[in-house]
Design a protein around this ligand. Sequence first.
Ligand SMILES: *Cc1c(COP(=O)(O)O)cnc(C)c1O
Length: 375
Amino acid sequence: MNIKRNVLLNPGPATTTDSVKLAQVVPDICPREQEFAGLMKGLREDLVKIVHGDLNKYTSVLFCGSGTINIDICLNSLLPENKKALIVNNGAYSSRAVEVCQYYGLPHINLQLPIDTPADLAKVEEALKADSDIALVYTTHNETGTGLLNPIREIGALAHKYGAIFVVDTTSTLAMRPIDIEKDNIDFCMASAQKGIMAMTGLSFIIGNTEIIKKSASYPKRSYYCNLFLQYDYFEKTGEMHFTPPVQTIYSTIQALKEYFEEGEEAKWARHSRVFDAIYDGLSELGFKIYIPKENSTGLVAAALYPDDPNFDFIKVHDYCYERGFTIYPGKVEKKGMFRLCSLGAIDVKDIEDFFVVFKEALSKYNVTVPVKYN
Ligand SMILES: *Cc1c(COP(=O)(O)O)cnc(C)c1O
């Protein structure tokens, strides 16, 4: 089979290997068979290993859905009655968590902080000190809209100091930037198969503390389909997902995990880092301003500001690159023109060099002045 290779520079789904794509082509199977439950058991354990969790203390729970399902599940399932969630919010993804709280009517504090700086720990502690009802602290590791890195280890330590659990959206870091669930003071983290793991869409998972999940059995059930304890309990009793799993995605995820452990955590992070450096340097050479300086960046997303040049048209540049196999992505910050280039996926520096050849052609074709100008 000859599959056209596209280089995806969007923030996920990521470019996958052919072996991962082909792993989906399997004999038809009913996912209620023992054989399939056995596959999911190994997969659940491997996910815990990615964050170096002790299997006696941590577990992972699979869901059929995109990454947002994890945000929904953690918030609706892990908050005890009459307690509050503190959302440490400095970007679009933590804002999504605030919306989830609003939709469920969950008591919460939206600690809105500047979106271009890592969360201020003093502000987090102040909020925790001021309200003893806070039982859950939530934040986002890498705010994918900008590429901002949050100090999760320190936020987690504060959460624990004040007796709250710590939930982190690690969707755009897990299996890329190394995470140690215990050392990073995380009780629950999350991701989807199509991001760091470099598999297909449709499978999401929450990795977390088994005792806390068991304890949450007595918390209010706010959703039928999206409850963490109910799904965990079903897995423990039957080895299966409560409802139909994304069968083919699970096969591809198993292959992707095999490739993850073969490449190795350190080597993989080194590869994403050198790809990011190539992106950062390529953009800087062309004069682009990058929204988050390198020292505050996760090293996975570069958000470049649109230049002040009437000839610069993101859609035209996008289409030119897209037709040549490179996908670039618009920004996610209101009222600020930006586009993003990300270092996720099965790509390396050569792909970025090839991309910049095409990108420069596009700028030249549409008469954008290079180096680009800002007023
Ligand atoms: C991609 C992503 C998600 C999930 O988004 P979906 O569109 O639901 O897959 C959640 N959080 C972060 C930080 C992400 O980057």
